[in-house]
Design a protein around this ligand. Structure first.
Ligand code: GDP
Length: 182
């Protein structure tokens, strides 16, 4: 069954988003402490796809060697996953595009892994500011990419964007199944 991987800088709100998408309050552990999700977690959704929770990257307080190890771990995952349908890169809607996220998207592109962007913590900004942030992010992306990836504006605390993300995944699954059956 197809897998969808969720990844982003630590503290971006990944655990909260996964809890929102899976409708669980205490499934993926959330915490203010960066770097808490250490291993890969799989969640089966609706019996027809896997949500894959990858560890957060980019915390400042780790050694170079553990950064290397971590990179290896992530690249191993992406290079071995045959069932991977798409990766979702989470970015905090309040932040400037971060080099580490952009580099990661480039890595996905080079490896021909389709990806989408999930903007998190939308409740922290007013609609106008969200619009501005997202437009700016898209502008930066268009310096590297010919086309924009699908993107979603979410807030786990206000339950925004849940249906959009889940419907998009359902549609992608249908597309994949359609291709399989033809
Ligand atoms: P992770 O490290 O990426 O898994 O991030 P967490 O889900 O643990 O969230 C990190 C911090 O951001 C926690 O203090 C959360 O309460 C907070 N947070 C996560 N999502 C949201 C959101 O949508 N809105 C707001 N206001 N805070 C959020």
């Amino acid at each position: 069954i197809p897998e969808y991987a969720f990844i982003g800088r630590s503290n971006v709100g990944k655990s909260s988003l996964i809890n929102m998408l899976t409708n669980r309050k205490s499934l993926a552990k959330t915490s203010g402490r960066p770097g808490k999700t250490q291993l890969i977690n799989h969640f089966v959704i609706n019996n027809n796809w896997y949500l894959v929770d990858l560890p957060g990257y980019g915390y400042a307080k780790v050694s170079k060697s553990s950064k290397k190890k971590f990179q290896k771990f992530i690249t191993n995952y992406f290079e071995q996953r045959k069932q991977l349908a798409m990766a979702y890169v989470l970015v905090d809607v309040r932040h400037e595009p971060q080099p580490i996220d952009l580099e990661f998207m480039t890595y996905l592109g080079i490896n021909e892994i389709p990806f989408g962007i999930i903007f998190t913590k939308a409740d922290k900004l007013k609609p106008k500011a969200i619009e501005r942030q997202v437009a700016h992010y898209c502008e930066v992306l268009l310096k590297t990419w010919e086309e924009l990836p699908p993107y979603f504006i979410t807030s786990s605390s206000k339950k925004i964007g849940q249906d959009e993300v889940l419907n998009f995944i359902d549609a992608t699954n249908e597309e994949i199944n359609g291709l399989k059956n033809n």
